[in-house]
Design a protein around this ligand. Structure first.
Ligand code: BG6
Length: 279
């Protein structure tokens, strides 16, 4: 395994974790799922990401919290409903293949054990590049290794930590969304954008930057390479019914996902990058 001053290894539950710590902040990344679980900038010492108190940390199920990688489909598979929701890389073991550090921060690259799987015919190579500097950048590179183009869907399914969802506003999202809870009917984005019930929306706009603002704090999120933004909170009843969430878990989280939901084409030998930058 690569060694660096700013990189160390630890465990959480039964999971192997990469811990990055430098002048700018600290990050925990589970090798299971290649999933960032924690990001604390040193500028204010405040955790940006939410991890469920009852997350299953033994590799038997995708981790509820942090930044799950949904790939190469988003939600249910379009034709093979027996396949896992959100694709097959969030339950794979990822490997650290590169790490470097300099005055601008620490950069690591991870790869899943395999980018191929049932339900996706493309020949792709996936890699995740995480940079901890003034901000945290998470970039998923999808490279087409074949001579035929393919399409994929995807999300950086980030769970952000908020003080109280009842006093939280999402700024920077406009236009229309489809509501997954109402047969994908189209609605206008509310102004101001606050959540008061179970919410599962695919916004068909591509804002470059949004802000989650709660009572005292805010989180700034930039998006690149996306075609939509997904906003999700299960609210109380669903939260209580989920094995890996507590009944009150919904109060302190909000998912704002940098997503591709309409099928991104990747031409032969080309690479598409989906990126989220958090500060
Ligand atoms: C969101 C979806 O992205 O993820 C929701 O829009 C889904 O429909 C949620 O319920 C959580 O998915 P999962 O598979 O992690 O429970």
């Amino acid at each position: 395994m690569p060694t660096l001053h700013s990189l160390s290894y630890k465990t959480k539950g039964k999971l192997d974790i990469l811990h990055l710590e430098n002048a700018f902040g600290s990050v925990d990344i589970a090798l299971f799922g290649g999933q960032v679980l924690s990001y604390i900038p040193k500028s204010d010492g405040r955790e940006r990401l939410w991890l469920s108190e009852s997350a299953i940390l033994d590799g038997s199920k995708a981790i509820r919290g942090g930044v799950p990688i949904c790939w190469p489909w988003f939600g249910a598979h379009p034709s093979q409903t027996e396949l896992p929701a959100h694709g097959y890389v969030r339950t794979q073991n990822w490997e650290l293949i590169h790490a470097s550090e300099n005055q601008q921060g620490t950069t690591i690259e991870l790869k899943p054990s395999s980018s191929q799987g049932a339900g996706f015919a493309g020949k792709a190579e996936l890699s995740l590049i995480i940079h901890l500097g003034q901000e945290l950048s998470i970039a998923l590179h999808t490279r087409n290794l074949s001579e035929q183009s393919f399409r994929y869907n995807c999300a950086l399914h980030s769970y952000f930590k908020v003080q109280d969802i009842n006093h939280t506003e999402l700024l920077g999202v406009t236009g229309q969304y489809t509501d997954k809870l109402q047969n994908n009917a189209l609605f206008d984005t509310p102004v101001p954008y606050r959540l008061t019930q179970e919410t599962d929306r695919v916004h068909l706009t591509t804002p470059a930057r949004v802000e989650i603002r709660d009572k005292h704090n805010s989180i700034d999120i930039q998006h690149f390479g996306h075609d939509s933004l997904v906003v999700w909170n299960p609210w109380q009843a669903k939260s209580a019914s989920m094995a890996d969430m507590t009944a009150q878990g919904y109060e302190s989280m909000l998912c704002v996902e940098t997503a591709i939901t309409a099928g991104q084409e990747v031409k032969a030998q080309e690479t598409h990058v989906l990126k989220q930058v958090i500060r």
